[in-house]
Design a protein around this ligand. Structure first.
Ligand SMILES: *[C@@H]1O[C@H](CO)[C@@H](O)[C@H](O)[C@H]1NC(C)=O
Ligand SMILES: *[C@@H]1O[C@H](CO)[C@@H](O)[C@H](O)[C@H]1NC(C)=O
Ligand SMILES: *[C@@H]1O[C@H](CO)[C@@H](O)[C@H](O)[C@H]1NC(C)=O
Length: 251
């Protein structure tokens, strides 16, 4: 049997865009040192670990460090420890970015298989999410038009929404959508730059063992929410948007 600890450290994130998984599964040599710089990046195979502390100046204090743990085939294990105090907005989006197979029109994408197993330990109240973040553009490599978020967890945070209930909670544009083996509520709103579509677990819980084809989410949006199939998938990332508190995310 697996020990609990082993499962945590065997956790993984993999995405492949429109490409067969034909990698020879072997352990690869990667930079496993800890990185804490605002824009530090570590590249490993088709992925980059991005520190992306874009909102750090909004914090009164804090830190955010991440490291890759291991890589085997297209399976990457990584870890992020962060602590942010002060300010209301997101401080960091520490994430794994896929670098291959992008800048394809949505109509040309066949599949984006992904598996993500993770756990989080935290102290006190944490405001954060654990989510995939995809961006599309009108031309190849053009500026972002749509942002598609698939939240696996919502820790006291909330999606961008154009519509709110009278009690101030964001109102979904669609509820109880079955995709990728889970049930979601979809929120929509602009953040000033992009039209942001956010899929959140309908039951409010955390999905710590996720395996799905992310293309089914894109297909849902092109079929039901007016996203054009001629849009190009520009960016595909998965990570944690951290606003405040103190946590370690282990994938
Ligand atoms: C979604 O499903 C839940 C549980 O079955 C139900 O309570 C809720 O009313 C549904 N929401 C909508 C908007 O259909
Ligand atoms: C909002 O817009 C910016 C561009 O200024 C984008 O990079 C960011 O991811 C968006 N934020 C959220 C939370 O959707
Ligand atoms: C994750 O889910 C898959 C099925 O989707 C299952 O085979 C596997 O045992 C699960 N792993 C953990 C750690 O729960």
């Amino acid at each position: 049997m697996f020990s609990k600890k082993l499962l945590v450290f065997l956790s993984l994130i993999t995405f492949v865009v429109s490409a067969p998984v034909d990698e020879i599964v072997k352990r690869q040599s990667i930079d496993t040192s800890s990185h804490c710089g605002q824009w530090d990046t570590v590249t490993a195979g088709p992925y980059s670990l991005l520190l992306d502390q874009w909102g750090a100046s909004g914090a009164t204090s804090g830190s955010d460090c991440a490291s890759l743990t291991s890589m085997s085939g297209t399976t990457l294990a990584w870890k992020n420890t962060w602590k942010w105090v002060g300010g209301n907005g997101v401080k960091s989006f520490t994430n794994i970015q896929l670098n291959n197979g992008l800048n394809k029109q949505l109509s040309a994408i066949k599949t984006i298989p992904t598996t993500w197993k993770w756990s989080q330990s935290s102290t006190g109240t944490v405001v954060a999410d654990v989510a995939y973040d995809l961006f599309t553009s009108t031309t190849s490599g053009g500026s972002n038009v749509n942002e598609i978020m698939i939240w696996l967890a919502n820790f006291n945070a909330g999606p961008i929404s154009a519509v709110y209930d009278s009690d101030g909670t964001p109102k979904p544009v669609a509820s109880n959508i079955s995709l990728g083996g889970q049930t979601w509520n979809l929120f929509k709103g602009s953040n000033g730059s992009n039209e942001v579509f956010s899929f959140l677990p309908a039951n409010g819980g955390s999905i710590t063992n996720f395996s799905a084809d992310l293309n089914t989410f894109l297909k849902y949006l092109t079929a039901n929410q007016g996203v054009s199939t001629s849009q190009f998938l520009k960016t595909a990332q998965g990570g944690t948007e951290a606003t405040s508190g103190s946590a370690t995310l282990t994938t």
